[in-house]
Design a protein. Structure first.
Length: 279
């Protein structure tokens, strides 16, 4: 038997709770919470719809689902005058979708429409330039770096965007943005053979992620620390750590991360960079 309770909850608290659930990997619970709430005024309804789209994005990234596009379209109807955060959500979803070619993750531009990639980069630049505050400008910079790295394979062009995102995170006190920037700066340190600097950045990213409550994000960071353990010759430590990452990721439904961890156990380097194209 299902019972219901009618209660008045400030929309700020509702959205904050859903976001915290999402960060911990409880995406379905966060979505159900938002879907079961109703609001009398259009502004609150719009904010709830936007939060639901953002939760769907996180679920799609880690759980391998494809729910965000419909959520974004529904939320956009609630913002007839446009909304920066929804535009950014659409950018993130387009970035994610363009990573998959013929059903497989593909880094670099091969197999992708150059016009689609150019439009994605222009949109990221526009969002950076129109951001309403420093933190959101930093998130747009972060995605400019990811687009430059993972769609254009411009390995020299990406780190300045990550460094700008990190400065914005530190100025705006956003630990999740700082974690993301440190994670990818560490990737480039690792690719350059500077394992000491990579360890420093990846360890800081893991600490920031754990403090912010991101379970899948912290697990993904632990996998990178397993990479360094293997690089240093500690195969037993690398195996033990990545085995736990795979087990935990499977338990929370983070199927993409679990597959990465299993691939690492089989000898695949999850940090392997795309080939240079000269772009």
């Amino acid at each position: 038997m299902t019972s219901t309770v009618n209660a008045v909850i400030p929309v700020e608290e509702l959205i904050a709770t859903a976001q915290e659930l999402s960060v911990t990997g409880r995406w379905k619970r966060a979505s159900r919470l938002l879907d079961t709430c109703t609001a009398d005024d259009p502004e609150s309804r719009a904010r709830i719809a936007r939060a639901a789209a953002q939760v769907a994005l996180e679920q799609d990234w880690f759980a391998g689902t494809d729910t965000a596009a419909a959520r974004i379209e529904a939320a956009e109807k609630e913002f007839p005058g446009g909304d920066w955060d929804l535009d950014f959500a659409r950018l993130r979803n387009t970035y994610r979708r363009l990573l998959v070619v013929d059903g497989r993750l593909r880094l670099g531009p091969d197999g992708k429409d150059p016009e689609d990639l150019a439009a994605l980069r222009r949109e990221a630049e526009s969002l950076r330039d129109s951001a309403p505050d420093e933190v959101r400008r930093g998130w747009a910079e972060m995605y400019l770096g990811l687009i430059t790295d993972n769609h254009f394979a411009d390995l020299a062009g990406a780190p300045p965007h990550y460094a700008s995102a990190l400065r914005a995170a530190e100025q705006g006190d956003d630990p999740l943005l700082a974690r993301e920037a440190l994670r990818h700066l560490g990737d480039h340190d690792h690719d350059a053979g500077d394992h000491a600097r990579a360890l420093d950045r990846w360890s800081r990213a893991a600490t920031l992620g754990a403090a912010a409550g991101t379970v899948p994000g912290t697990l993904s960071q632990q996998l990178l620390l397993a990479v360094l353990a293997r690089d240093s010759g500690d195969e037993a430590g690398a195996t033990a750590l990545s085995t736990e990452v795979a087990r935990w990721a499977e338990a929370i439904g983070a199927v993409r991360l679990a597959a990465q961890a299993r691939g690492f156990l089989a000898g695949v380097d999850p940090t392997a960079a795309p080939a240079e194209t000269g772009s």
